[in-house]
Design a protein around this ligand. Structure first.
Ligand SMILES: NC(=O)c1ccc[n+]([C@@H]2O[C@H](COP(=O)([O-])OP(=O)(O)OC[C@H]3O[C@@H](n4cnc5c(N)ncnc54)[C@H](O)[C@@H]3O)[C@@H](O)[C@H]2O)c1
Ligand SMILES: [Zn+2]
Length: 679
């Protein structure tokens, strides 16, 4: 340990603390260390503070995530501090304290770290500590649990003044190792990195042990009749059936990606009598409001309520939620508050089923769910010992609509064109489907790769991205039950579906006389019926979402061109092509566009060509199989070979942000084949 530099020690400690969820929530809290280095300008020693910068997570913090400030200049800020009304100005002043360039932007909590007179400081958001911090008698509990080793600091919004408060408390209480910040979290310190870490862990673990020993038996009250968890298969099915409606509710103002959790923590909370009162009190820790909104929408029906009744009630509750949120905004906003950011819930709780959480992308949605799970843990601890008493509404509003937070949001990069969209692509383990999934994911979509072989679907998903981007599922598209299961899996993974690509296919090249009845059925089962089943199951979700959507069919040149030896394949491709027109006409009322792509001659990467079709076509055209791509290129008008990526690009254009007013269209992507021109 001792051979590590000061910032290396800080990173190691931060990673250890941040990787255990009992110590702090995702991206919550910050740590610091003070030390001396040689100033390259003067050659003299200079005192510095390394402090976790704005953004990022302690568990994965690296040196680049630290802000490095000069302590003499930081301390000098105390003399120019204009008072609490203008404390936000001090964040900009931190930039004038930076030592060298690079490093992260100093966060709002920098003052606490710089001003507290201790070499190492940890500020954390542990569930156990926040339970004490949000208990109605948190101050009394703090002294009961910790004696004079931990000091109570009444709620104050994070900022320069809170830093001054904590510095003063540390000075007045030399015996103290840290404090409980009312309504918020904990801060601990030490002369060495190990000492600070030990003090942090001692505060966290002592609170947890005290809660475990002293909590009342049923902190959330007695079980509520009929609100217990449904059996797993039943609750997953109900969650999937409700997901589209719930995503639509969360997305009225702007489209959201969803995350579903049926963890015991959530189900137990919803099964107990006090959950409506507690949920209405809202969360407390300052990190929460942007992520979860002040409070969730809670369905007030028992687990046994039918899907239809649940949907009807959710819609009523949504209206009430929006009015309530608007009221909260109107009551608290001042002339210079940022504009309202949308009035839809980010957390929706369904008794017996679980929690739906939402965000602009999957990671944000998942973390919102983690945060609400933190909030449940906090409420359990606080109610177990006392009464849960979060900070008041006006303070919550000040944090949610803080000018500094708004500025952070404004600095976020512009979202990618397919951000927040969820695509379901069949036959996407390889060939055109995989290229399409790759393209849509690269443009910001979440993608679900459905194919016959689970391992191959998962391998393709892993190639494209982690679980927040791509999911592989097994589905034979000709099997109605399997299709529904795959759609359900997609909906539970990402909250809903916006975009379907009917791409799964296989190809037999046979003359009429050689084509068996089973050949004919197989081609039609997979392509005509398969895409019908997928469109139907996905449209059910899209219609419930009321967010529009896209269905794209990968048809074929052969849907219009009468090539040789192709009766079964081309007939079912023509069937798919007409599904495009039929569904475009039928689904337009729901804002769902239906279009198709007619590829031709995509040899590279195509499983269809590799598995016999290529050899057969080559024989039909009298060329060698390896030259088939070039052969196809030569018979095109543009004399270009068509690759899977070209089909993927056409799919992106058809469902992307530019092509908003086109439905019922087929786009040939064949480098120009006059015989297949559409008319
Ligand atoms: N390659 C071309 O030149 C060309 C031309 C016109 C149309 N198409 C069409 O493009 C689509 C993709 O073809 P490709 O060339 O990428 O072929 P490919 O064989 O590489 O991909 C087809 C995928 O569909 C999957 N699949 C087959 N049956 C399935 C089923 N019942 N359920 C789920 N998945 C199933 C396969 O496992 C495979 O991963 C097909 O519909 C094909 O007819 C291809
Ligand atoms: Zn904090």
């Amino acid at each position: 340990m001792t051979d590590l530099t000061v910032p290396q020690q800080l990173i190691a400690r931060s990673n250890r603390l941040g990787s255990d969820p009992k110590n702090t929530n995702y991206a919550g809290g910050n740590t610091s260390a003070k030390g001396t280095e040689t100033d390259p300008v003067t050659g003299q020693p200079v005192e510095l503070v390394w402090v976790k910068g704005s953004g990022g997570d302690l568990g994965t913090l690296k040196e680049a995530g630290l802000a490095v400030l000069r302590l003499d200049r930081m301390r000098a800020l105390v003399d120019v501090y204009p008072g609490i009304e203008r404390e936000d100005e001090m964040v900009a002043a931190f930039d004038y304290c930076l030592h060298g360039k690079g490093g992260a932007a100093p966060s709002i909590d920098t003052a606490m770290h710089g001003l507290v007179d201790a070499a190492h400081v940890d500020h954390l958001h542990p569930d156990s500590g926040i339970a004490i911090a949000t208990a109605a008698d948190g101050e009394a509990l703090t002294s009961k649990i910790y004696g004079d080793k931990v000091v109570w600091v009444p709620w104050r919004r994070p900022g320069f003044q809170l830093g001054l408060d904590i510095a003063a408390i540390k000075e007045k209480n030399p015996q103290a190792v840290g404090c409980i910040l009312g309504g918020h979290g904990i801060t601990a310190w030490g002369d060495t990195s190990d000492e600070a870490e030990a003090n942090s862990l001692w505060i966290i673990d002592t609170a947890a042990a005290y809660i475990a020993e002293n909590s009342k038996a049923e902190p959330f009250g007695p079980a509520l009749d009929g609100y217990g968890a449904l059996p797993e298969a039943e609750r997953r099915a109900k969650a999937a059936a409700l997901a589209g409606t719930i995503r639509g509710i969360a997305s009225k103002d702007r489209p959201m990606v969803g995350h579903f959790s049926d963890a015991d923590v959530v189900l137990d909370f919803l099964a107990a009598a006090e959950h409506p009162r507690l949920a209405a009190l809202g969360t407390s820790c300052p990190d929460h409001f942007l992520r979860t909104k002040v409070k969730p929408l809670v369905l007030d029906l028992p687990a046994s309520a039918s899907v239809e009744d649940s949907i009807a009630r959710l819609k009523e509750l949504h209206e009430a939620y929006r009015e309530d949120y608007q009221g909260y905004y109107d009551r608290n906003a001042t002339a210079d508050s940022p504009a309202i950011r949308g009035a839809d819930p980010l957390i929706v709780l369904v008794p017996g089923v679980g929690m739906f959480s939402f965000g602009k992308d999957k990671q944000t949605a998942r973390v919102a769910g983690e945060f609400y799970t933190n909030a449940i843990n906090v409420m359990r601890g606080a109610e177990g010992l006392s009464t849960y008493a979060p900070i008041d509404e006006a303070e919550k509003f000040r944090i949610e609509y803080w000018a500094l937070e708004e500025a952070k949001l404004q600095r976020m990069p512009k979202p990618k064109p397919m951000a927040s969209r969820i695509a379901f692509i069949t036959g996407a383990a390889g060939g055109i489907g995989k290229a399409t999934a790759k393209k849509l994911a690269a443009e910001g979509a979440c993608v679900v790769i459905a194919d016959l072989d689970l391992a191959k679907a998962q391998a393709a998903a892993a190639e494209i991205g982690g679980a927040d981007v791509a999911l592989g599922v097994a589905a034979d598209v000709s099997d109605e039950v399997a299709v529904q299961a795959a759609i359900d899996a997609a909906v539970l993974a990402f909250g809903g579906i916006d975009l379907v690509v009917n791409n799964a296919g296989l190809s037999l090249s046979k003359s009429l006389l050689d084509t068996t009845g089973e050949d004919f059925d197989l081609q039609h089962r997979v392509m005509a019926k398969g895409s019908f089943l997928v469109s139907k199951a996905a449209a059910t979700v899209m219609i419930a979402q009321e967010m529009g959507g896209d269905i794209i069919y990968i048809s074929s040149k052969n849907s219009v061109f009468a090539g040789p030896n192709n009766i079964a394949y081309s007939a079912t491709k023509a069937n798919q092509a007409h599904q495009v027109r039929l569904l475009a006409a039928e689904l337009g009322a729901h804002g769902i566009k239906v279009n198709g792509v007619n590829p031709d001659g995509v040899v590279q990467g195509s499983g269809i060509f590799a598995s016999g079709w290529g050899a057969n076509r080559a024989a039909v055209y009298g060329v060698e199989e390896k030259d088939l791509g070039k052969f196809y290129a030569q018979r095109t008008i543009l004399k270009k070979e068509v690759l899977p990526e070209h089909i993927a690009n056409a799919v992106f254009v058809l469902c992307g942000p530019e092509m908003t007013h086109t439905t019922g269209l087929h786009v040939p992507v064949d480098a120009g084949v006059a015989a297949a021109f559409l008319r």
